[in-house]
Ligand binder design. Structure first.
Ligand code: SF4
Ligand code: SF4
Length: 494
């Protein structure tokens, strides 16, 4: 104990009656179950072990304090080595392994919060992707993925099923091309569900195409914004169509939560009850103040996530039922694998979007925004804008560098950041607070599950519940870190 004290970067917090500490750089989580341990952690920053012992001995006894310090040394909270901060940029895979094909700008719905309403000149226009552009995009993906084997193509729009024939052509073509190049290609589609007839559903299931349906809850919730051109709500059509797929395929539901109704849990429960394989909730963004989440809404969304966490834990611990709610399951995967997230997402790194004209953008949300144009299929990356995304790693940003959540978060969605603060590197504060809150809840859930029912953690990795929008190569390499062994998540209790 005489050696100079070096400690890992610990972040201690309380959430819903639990005290936890996160080893920030290694994503290890500790339950703090007594006051002495909690006080020792508070003093680690400023005092040596001797000074800590002297300070706390009167109240707790020297032996007790010594034991806690020893336990911390064993858990490598106190260490002989300095924990260095990453300073160099990561070497992100420059290969492109995932493409989002915007097969059309056209849509048969007029959702009131759609981001295309925010002055995007293409909204509802009849510009579709040609077969020639689509095939060129596949060739581009095969070439730009270099030696990477696992590829993903996501169909997006507008409403992509307006171009169902083109989708079938692309799937056929990409399978052949991938096979020739000794690669595997997976497919996904994000759809409003209105055109998901029995035939379409059969095709998607047969071709193992991951389906994400945008649906906002029950009839009242959904029809508030998701309407046809004539203003009529689309719920009845969508839910009927989703049932075409539910027995065979694996549709996921994506709920957009808006300023109009922040109580998303009712929607989550409704959609899980309908048989969806997983549900995620994302806040509506944009300049439309009637719909977009802003200011105090974030605080209310924290409360709603509290309710979600209670539901999640009760289902898992009391009923041994897994709840595929991605707002928690995705962070839980990161925590489980102790991944270090240095980027917010794959946009501009391994993932690009292709507009109907064949232009390249960092992701589907940036399509049509000139400032983020990255070239086209024949002449990609001629400008230097991709560097903006490659250099957008978490330690490089002033706001994120000091944030305890940085390696679980990876930084904010660059689209959100640019839309609210005009810069992909300047995260929106309200959204950060919500993100940090969700991460605290996820750490609490993880710690509870790990303490009470380790076996259920495995369910997080059941392929039936995996959203398709994951980079398969990235998953395989980065998840190859050590799994959780009994001494990797320690309890510093007494
Ligand atoms: S929560 Fe905000 S500040 Fe923290 S890492 Fe994420 S984006 Fe950066
Ligand atoms: S997180 Fe944001 S920038 Fe990244 S892919 Fe999603 S919408 Fe695009």
């Amino acid at each position: 104990m005489k050696k100079k004290l070096r400690k890992v970067e610990l972040y201690k917090f309380e959430i819903n009656g639990h005290t936890l500490a996160l080893d920030v750089k290694k994503s290890r989580v500790f339950r703090i179950e007594d006051e002495l341990t909690s006080e020792v952690i508070d003093l680690l920053n400023d005092l040596t072990p001797e000074e800590i012992t002297n300070t706390l001995a009167d109240r707790y006894g020297r032996k007790q304090v010594f034991e806690v310090l020893k336990e911390m040394e064993k858990a490598k909270i106190i260490t002989g080595e300095d924990q260095k901060e990453e300073v160099s940029p990561p070497s992100p895979a420059r290969e492109i392994t995932a493409l989002c094909l915007n097969v059309t700008y056209d849509c048969n719905l007029r959702c009131k919060y759609c981001y295309y309403n925010d002055g995007n000149p293409f909204h509802g226009s009849k510009i579709h992707m040609s077969e020639n552009v689509a095939k060129k995009a596949v060739d581009f993906l095969i070439k730009e993925s270099e030696d990477k084997k696992n590829l993903l193509i996501d169909f997006f729009g507008g409403e992509p099923l307006l171009k169902f024939d083109l989708i079938k052509t692309v799937v056929k073509y990409a399978k052949v091309k991938a096979q020739q190049a000794n690669k595997r290609v997976a497919f996904g589609i994000t759809t409003n569900g209105t055109l998901l007839t029995k035939n379409v559903a059969k095709y998607l299931a047969e071709n193992k195409i991951g389906v994400q349906i945008s649906i906002d809850g029950n009839r009242v919730m959904h029809n508030r914004a998701r309407v046809f051109r004539n203003g009529k709500g689309s719920y009845d059509r969508v839910i009927l169509n989703a049932r075409n797929l539910i027995p065979k395929g694996s549709p996921f539901a994506r709920i957009t939560v808006t300023h109009q109704d922040l109580q998303f849990m009712k929607a989550v429960k409704h959609l899980l009850h309908q048989g969806f394989n997983g549900v995620s909730v994302a806040p509506a963004s944009g300049i439309n103040r009637i719909w977009a989440i802003n200011g105090d809404d974030f605080k209310q969304l924290e409360q709603e996530h509290d309710e979600a966490a209670k539901y999640f834990l009760e289902k898992m611990l009391k009923h041994h039922e897994f709840v595929p709610f991605y707002n928690f399951t995705l962070p839980l995967r990161i925590i489980y694998f102790r991944k270090k997230q240095r980027y917010p997402c794959g946009a501009g790194l391994f993932y690009l979007a292709v507009s109907p004209e064949g232009d390249l953008y960092p992701c589907h949300r940036f399509v049509g925004i000139k400032k983020f144009f990255l070239g086209n299929l024949s002449s990609p990356f001629k400008n230097n804008r991709r560097a903006l995304f490659l250099n957008n790693y978490v330690e490089s940003k002033a706001d994120c560098r000091q944030c305890w959540a940085r390696y679980l978060c990876g930084g904010q969605c660059p689209y959100w950041a640019t839309e609210t603060n005009g810069d992909i590197r300047r995260p929106n504060e309200g959204y950060c607070e919500l993100q940090q809150y969700i991460l605290k809840l996820s750490l609490m859930i993880f710690s509870q599950i790990h303490q009470k029912d380790k076996a259920i953690i495995e369910k997080l990795f059941d392929p039936r519940h995996q959203p398709y929008m994951l980079n398969p190569d990235l998953e395989k390499t980065e998840n190859n870190t050590e799994g959780l062994s009994s001494d990797q998540e320690e309890t510093t209790n007494r």
